[in-house]
Design a protein around this ligand. Sequence first.
Ligand code: MIG
Length: 666
Amino acid sequence: MGISMIKRYIFGNPIETDAVLSKPEVCAWSNDRLCFRENALECELEEDEIVYGLGQNVRGINKRGWIYESNCTDDPQHTESKHSLYGAHNFVLLDGEKKLGIFVDTPSKVVFDIGYTDYNRMRIALQTPDFELYLIEGESLGGIIKEFRRLIGRSYIPPRWAFGYGQSRWGYRSAEDIREVVKNYRDNQIPLDSVYLDIDYMERYKDFTVNEETFPDFEKFVAEMKGQGIHLVPIIDGGVKEEAGYDVYEEGREKGYFCKDEDGKDFVLGVWPGRCCLPDMLNEEAGRWFGRKYKILLDQGIDGFWNDMNEPAIFYSERGLAEVFEKIDQYRNRNLDINSFFAFRDLAEHISNNPKDYASFYHNYKGKRYCHEDVHNLFGYYMTRSAAEAFDELSPEKRILLFSRASYIGMHRYGGIWQGDNNSWWSHLLLNIRMMPSLNMCGFLYTGADIGGFGADATEDLLIRWLSFGVFTPLMRNHSALGTRLQEAYQFGNIDLMRDVIGVRYKLLPYLYSEFMKAALRDEMMFKPLGFVYGDDRIAKHVEDQLLLGDEIMIAPVYEQNAVGRTVYFPEPMKLIRFRGGEVQEEEVYTKGYSYVDMALGDVCVFLKENHILPLADGGQSIAEVDFDHLKLHFYGDHVRPYEYYTDDGEGRDYDPDRFIKMLEA
Ligand code: MIG
C-alpha cells in the first residue's frame, strides 16, 4: 500500500468535535499545495485530477465540477441542483500526480467548490476561522483512506441478522398490518429478517412510547415476530413531544436537558407531534439520559433502532410561525404580481429548516454554551452516540442494530446511516451506487438506500433492478413513504423474480459479511471505485457505475429503465457469475476492455477476478437458515489464492480476526 503520512494543523480556537480519536502532534502551517486565505483553503486541480470524497452528497463518485455544502439538511428532493444531504462528511481525496487526503474538522457549515467556479480550482470555504485540518499524503488512495480511518476510529459493526433483507413502510399502522406483511413474505417464500416500525407505532409520535391500541401487548408481539425469525426495528425521532404528563418530556424539562432559546427557555419547534423540545444531545448528561431511554424498548425485546429527524429537522418554530402569520396578512387584497406572488407562495415553504431558527437556540457542550448554528452538524452524531453508549452499558455482550439519518465524521463508530428520503427514480438507483464508496471512505460501512425509492411511485422493474443492486449493500431495506404505491416485494405481478433476486442475498451473505467485517476491522473500504485498484488504467479511473466489492469481485448494476443488459468495462479478465431463477451459473470469461453483457430483469451478475474465490451459501428464508460453514467455492485460474473468510456468531462483540478468519482453499 505504500507509506502515508498524516499532519495536523490548528487554525484559531476550534470547537472539539470528537471526530478524531488519537490526535497527532500539531504542525506549524505551511503547505506547497494548499493556500489558506479569507477563511478558505484553495488549490489548483490538475487537468485530469479526480476529487473523491464528501461521503453522503449529490452527484458522482468524482466530485469535480459542482459546489457542495456540509450542512446536515432534511431535504427529500435529492436532485443534482442540491448541495447537501443529511450528512456532513468533510473529507476529500485528491487523485492527481500526488495524492492528498484533506479532512476539515469543524462542526459548522463548510462549502466545497470543487471546480464549480473554475474547473481547475478547488476552494474549501469555512463558516468559522476556527478549525482543525488533517492532511494525509500517501502513495496509494487505499493507503490514505486507511490512515484517515485509523485517525477517526473503527467503524460500527451491526449484528449479523441486520444483513438480512428488511421491509419497511411509513404507514404500517398496527400489529395486524405487520403480521400481514410477514405472512405475505413467508407465504410467498420470499426471505425476510426484519420489519421496520415507522412513527405509526408510537402513541401520538412520542419517542419511547407504543400505541397500546394498535400495538397491544408489545412485548408479546415482539416475541411472536422473533418466533417467525423477524426482528422489529422501531424509529426514534430527534424531537420530544411537549405534553404534560409525558414522562420523557417532563423529566427533560425538569432536569434542564432541552436546548434553550436566547432567554434560557426551552426552545420549541414543530415536528410530527406538533410542538416539541430538542434534547441537548451534545450535552453529556442530557445525552446519557436520552440514551438510557432506549432501554424502554430494549426491555421489550427490541434489538435495533433507526434514528430519524436528527439534522435536526424543524418543520416550524414559534418565531417562524408568527413571522409568516404577520407577513401573510400584508398580501391580503393585493394584486399579486410576479414579484409578490412568489414571495407569498414561498412564505410558508421557507418556514421549514430555516437558518434563522438554527441560529436561535443553544447547546451546553463540553461545559460551554454554543449557538446551534455553530455546532449544527453534530446533532445527529451525538444523538446516535448517546444511544450507542447506552447500548454499551445495557447490552455489553450483544450487538444492537443502530443507524441514523444525520451524521458527521466520527459517528461511523456508533452506528450506520441510511441514505434518506430518495425517490422511486432510476437516477436515485444510480445515486445509491455512487454513494457507497464515498461513504465507505468516511467510515460509514453499514449503509444502504431505501430500495425501490421512498417518495413517488415505484414500478415492478425499478424495484427488481434496485433489489438486484441492493443485494450487495450491507443495509438492504425496502422502504417507502405514506401515500405512495405499495412496494413490498409481493405487491407486483412477478413474485418469482422478486423471490429469486432477494434469494441471491442469502447466497452471498457469507461473502458480504466476511468482506464487511474485514473492511471494519482493517479500516478499509468494502466498496471501491475502480480507480482505487486500477489507478494506472485511465479508462478504469473514470468509471462511475461499476464498483469493486471486496477483493474478489466487481459489480456493474443495471440502472436504466427497459435496459436488457449494459456495457461493462473490464480492467482485467473476469468471469461472469450469473444468478438466475434461483440457480448460479458460471459463464464466460471476459477479457480486458469493454463488453456488452446481457442482463435480463431478475438477473444478478457478479464478475469474479482470475485466481480469486467467491464463496456462496445455499440460501435460506432468513439469516438463521443460512449455513455459513458449508460453502460452495467459485473460482477460476491456475494459481487460485486462498480466501480469507471471516465468520463469527454474528452477535458477540469480541471481534478477533485471528480467531475468526479461516482460509478457504480452492
Ligand atoms: O419527514 O417517519 O427519512 O424514512 O419514513 C418524514 C416518517 C419523516 C423521514 C424519514 C423516513 C420516514 C419518515 N420520516
